[in-house]
Design a protein around this ligand. Structure first.
Ligand code: UDP
Length: 245
């Protein structure tokens, strides 16, 4: 029997995950917590086994995307509710892709939630909790934050590739991908990789037939059945027999 590794050196603890060092310099242990937060952590909750469910969803999605040409930080599942990931330096911009208008954006623009867009929309938000992650334009990214035009184009291109892959993946399990948020990081060689997670915490997923929400909006809006919805997404993905990367 192999010796169990203990990941004791905590590098960072976020709202839903913890990152630990491992004996390998280029590898981190990412632990998915059972907690659930919304509105910049003003609303807090949790459910039993959320960490494992989200870890399993993220692993399947990363495996699927890898087969569709999107490289991520994901290496393999690890004990309990964790995964081993390649060490990256996170690019401090959240990338949101929208296929259908929902949430605060629909509200802000005075449009009905569920309004479809004629093409996918990519948006950037500066990662800064104290500022509530403000929207930034591509020009602001280039001029204020000195992100090269090449990197901005690459982030847009990758976000759209991920969107195409995810739309197809979820469509196969009768789920419509409304919108999602992803994060990217640079590895030690400077290569941009998809990082963080893709789970119902950061996507809007609607059942195609019933239009029921199967994502964190159930928690944000007190719709109930949060655990059951996340488990439903995982159960449907597991039926697809996605191959390991
Ligand atoms: N999102 C996220 N983290 C954030 C902000 C947004 O994961 O800090 C996700 C959110 O779950 C949704 C998408 O990004 O799937 C677009 O969110 P939106 O900008 O519409 O925010 P909201 O309506 O929740 O304010």
């Amino acid at each position: 029997m192999g010796q169990e590794v203990n990941y004791s050196e905590l590098l960072y603890e976020g709202k839903a995950k913890k990152i630990f060092k491992t004996p390998e310099k280029e590898v981190f242990f990412l632990e998915f917590k059972d907690s659930l937060t919304a509105f910049n952590a003003l609303k807090k909750g949790s459910f039993e086994n959320k960490g494992i469910v989200n870890r399993d969803i993220a692993a399947l999605v990363f495996d699927y995307l890898e087969q569709h040409g999107v490289k991520s930080h994901y290496l393999k599942k690890e004990k309990h509710n964790g995964m081993l990931v390649k060490k990256v330096e996170i690019i401090p911009f959240e990338v949101v892709v929208r296929n259908v208008l929902a949430g605060s954006t629909a509200k802000k623009l005075g449009l009905e939630e569920g309004t479809p867009l004629s093409e996918p929309l990519v948006e950037f938000y500066f990662k800064k909790d104290e500022l509530n992650d403000p929207f930034v334009s591509e020009e602001q990214m280039r001029i204020i934050y000195k992100i090269s035009e090449k990197d901005i184009s690459l982030l847009c291109e990758l976000a759209l590739m991920i969107n195409q892959g995810l739309k197809e993946l979820f469509h196969r399990i009768d789920i419509e991908l409304i919108d999602f948020k992803v994060e990217f990081g640079k590895d030690l060689q400077g290569q941009i990789l998809l990082a963080d997670e893709i789970t119902p915490d950061c996507c809007r997923l609607w059942d195609v037939k019933t239009k029921e929400k199967l994502d964190k909006d159930r928690f944000r809006r007190d719709l109930g059945q949060v655990k059951e919805s996340y488990e439903q997404v995982l159960a449907r993905l597991q039926k697809l027999n996605i191959r390991k990367g």
